[in-house]
Design a protein around this ligand. Structure first.
Ligand code: SAH
Length: 357
């Protein structure tokens, strides 16, 4: 290595270390927060205090952590915890709430809180926008801006917890973005949501349209979360029509990776299938889908299409949906129909879109 390359790489390392040291505090573990306070000359027990204020008491700035000595609090007051601002909030009649959250760089993401009597599910985004451009999804129509950092994912859970004033029980990575294109940050966020916010991994679902090599990479991580794969078609030509990226990752290869995932993790996997009237909802589709999934320990979630502006797909009627379900059940495929919540707030699956202010 020449000395000039050496100095470039040395300065890059210094730079990346420097930028890492300015990473917001949210998303860091107790050990990391303790190291952070100790590096600033404070006793280690202040790490635990910081941890509690960030994760339990939802502190938004270091200045408000009144257990810290005043002079030190003032010194570090500008160091970011990494909380976003609620830019807009809209509530549907079914009590689902959609939030537009404004991030530090003025980009805006969507998060959805979905309550039932026993559960509070947060649908989180993993990217600002999405590069996948699926035909039926509003997020893809707005293009891709950037990946979310771990703290920006964890923050979404805190926002919903604070607004509802109750414990979050479940997380689904079904907001904006393709989680497997931002795998490291998603896994860092999953760690924090699990360990720091106390949400069981089994209550966390990561949904993907399928990215080559990433499903197996995820399997090697050996997490206890649930993987959901967005299938939406029962054969390759049809899938390519609906999902542009499917061309580079044929259905057979995707299903083979899913089978490996189940073998490696011992976890069941869910398939999602949007029902589009006259497109992928025929009896032939149901039979083909059952053949594709034969012998697979799995569950199929059928999602009746939610309308978006740009395209004129239609949701099948109830009779047609019931026939599709019956055809799968007759072939021993476990199936449920999931009507998305939050339709009136444009908060349902596929209706979320990113913006830059
Ligand atoms: N990129 C990931 C996660 C985001 S989408 C994925 O594709 O799985 C979460 C779910 O909503 C996916 O199954 C997606 O296909 C579905 N979806 C997208 N647009 C929809 C629409 N208009 N109506 C119903 N479901 C939709």
């Amino acid at each position: 290595m020449s000395s000039s390359t050496e100095s470039v790489s040395a300065s890059m390392t210094a730079e990346s270390q420097e930028s890492r040291s300015h990473n917001p505090l949210l998303g860091r573990s107790l050990d990391e927060l303790t190291a952070w306070v100790v590096a600033r000359g404070q006793p280690a027990y202040r790490g635990k205090q910081l941890y509690n204020w960030i994760y339990d008491r939802s502190a938004r700035s270091l200045g408000e952590i009144t257990v810290f000595p005043k002079s030190w609090r003032q010194q570090v007051a500008d160091f970011p915890i990494g909380r976003s601002q609620v830019h807009y909030r809209s509530q549907a009649p079914d009590e689902t709430v959609k939030y537009l959250l404004k991030l530090a760089d003025d980009t805006v993401i969507e998060t959805v809180g979905i309550p039932t009597k026993k559960r509070l599910t947060v649908c989180v985004s993993s990217q600002v926008g999405c590069p996948m451009a699926c035909e039926f999804c509003a997020t893809g129509k707005g293009g891709f801006i950037r990946n979310l950092a771990p703290h920006e994912i964890v923050d979404q859970v805190l926002q919903v917890r604070e607004d509802f004033g109750r414990r979050v029980s479940h997380i689904v990575f079904m907001g904006m973005g393709e989680p497997l294109l931002n795998l490291d940050n998603v896994l860092a966020a999953v760690r924090s949501i699990n360990e720091d916010l106390g949400i069981g991994q089994r209550s966390i679902t990561i949904s993907t349209v399928g990215i080559r090599d990433r499903i197996v990479k995820l399997a090697r991580h050996r997490g206890q979360f649930t993987l959901a794969v967005s299938l939406h078609a029962s054969n390759q030509p049809q899938r390519e029509q609906l999902i542009p990226s499917a061309g580079g990752y044929p259905l057979d290869a995707l299903i083979a990776d899913c089978r490996d995932y189940v073998k490696l993790t011992g976890r069941r996997l869910t398939f999602e299938y949007i029902l589009l009237a006259g497109v992928n909802d025929t009896l032939e589709n149901a039979v083909e889908l059952a053949d594709l999934l034969r012998g697979f320990q799995t569950h199929v979630n059928l999602i009746p299409y939610n309308p978006i502006n740009e395209v004129d797909f239609k949701r099948p009627d109830r009779r047609r949906i019931a026939d599709f379900v019956a055809a799968l059940e007759a072939r021993h495929i476990a199936v449920s129909v999931r009507y998305s919540r939050g339709l009136e707030a444009d908060a349902a699956c596929g209706q979320l879109r990113a913006l830059k202010l």
